[in-house]
Design a protein around this ligand. Sequence first.
Ligand code: MN
Length: 575
Amino acid sequence: MTRPNSLQKLLGRIKENPTGPIARALEFSKAAHANQKRESGEPFFNHSLAVAEILYQWKLDDATIVAGLLHDTVEDTSVSLEKIKSEFGEEVSFLVDGVTKLGRIKYQDSNPKVENLRKMVLALSRDLRVVFIKLADRLHNMRTLGSLPPAKQKRIALETHEIYAPLAYRLGMQNLSGELRDLAFPFIHPKENEWIKKTSVPLFEARLKYLERIKPVIKRLLDEQGIKPITIDFRAKRYSSLYEKLLRHEMDMEKIYDLVAMRIIVETVLECYAVLGVIHQKWPPLPGRVKDYIAMPKPNSYRSIHTTVIGPDEQLIEFQIRTTKMHEENEYGIAAHWLYDQERRNEEKNRPRLTKLVEEMQWVKQLRNWLEKYRGPKTDPEEFIQAMKIDFFRDRIFAITPKGDVVDLPVGATPVDFAYHIHTEVGNGCVGAKVNNQIVPLDYNLRSGDLVQIITQKNKRPSEDWLKFVKTSIAREHIKAALREKDKLRRSARGPTKTELRVTGENRLGLLKDISAVVERSHLSIVSVHAPSQPGSRFTALRIQCETTDKQKIEKLIVKLKNLKGVRQVSYRFV
Ligand code: MN
């Protein structure tokens, strides 16, 4: 629908300025590719135009669109880079050269060459627009992959799956990454693709119908507790990721509870837990399926609460609960970081805009908003490009694993941060590190393009000293968790001696006092109280430790606590 429209717009813009750089590039590219045809039989130039059109849709600047039109001229025709430079200037020739060089990175069997990848990462940090052109080029090639010979199809689809989709993902372009994966999937797994389509379509439809029925129920439940969700929507799994999950579940579609998940987005972290409490009070959770990725984020920084409950008619429902900020970071990766910086700079007055963004945002829209901000009539294009380069990569570095995966980290990150981003166990077991084949200390500051190798030892536990130099919260949280575990092991040798109560309720004055009074009256002595200070927030979660492990006493106490005004949920564990 929008595609022919945007092509017309691009062509319209060329007509308006028939001697401008885009018009000249169009003619130049048409002439250069004059006798070339694509495998489908259509003129090669159509591809150049399609790439320019995608870049135009992404609202990129003129130099990038010009470079998009010319991106294959140096590689595939007799045109030299000098010619491009003299016709279109330094900036365009730099971009075309960058794309040509990236094109030379050819995919070798299942092990992409680390050296090449490093070049790509360095190109990335020089000018992001080169990568946008390459991704637009790849997107169009994938959309037209059907007309290539089968052997080529598979190689290109694999390369897309293993290099370009993860790269897009790394850059925060989650939607583009998903589209690339889905386009590659039928060529990599043709039979499975057929099977999944046939099997999942009726299931998808049944799930959607069911969730449509549940949605108003949840809305009402939350409303009763005064929780106003920002959005409640459904998220269908993409075919490519559905397949990966099926592989882990004996290809049994019935075991995929999150074929369509229900996603609830709220404003604050505390509301996330409150929503979880509301859901669990209404429907019983499935044991072992409650995942708190807010307290313990995934290694790729993903944060959310997941739970699967047994809903009406004994049907399983998966919920994903998160805040707006978490949602954006999950969906848009690095992009969300710079988006948030922009938002913060505009301060509180733009609050409603954020909410609107969540509803309709795709990374393209984000990019567009951001570009428009920089592209006012007064903005110098030089300044804009500088801002784009700096903002996108400011405070980030890209380090590489021996297998060729790219890990993005904040500036100042150390091998320990890197290790925890690979896997919790790698982090916990880390005893040393090599950077570019040289042994380095664990507090070494990594730089973009560094090839990092972590040396691990089994049954090793992290050291408390690491907390002094790690830069990422993931590393910090995992180190603390491992240290706590160590502590607990030591204590559990003696057996638990105390009970920790967790009371979630309305953040009202006097709540803590009332709770203490009830505990005191039950003849239990309080050892410690942890009350988060959150003035102004609607809910609070208190942790109270008492000197007892008498289950009966505790359960009686919980009944009394639940009767207190404003208390929503009480749980306990022995410590
Ligand atoms: Mn191309």
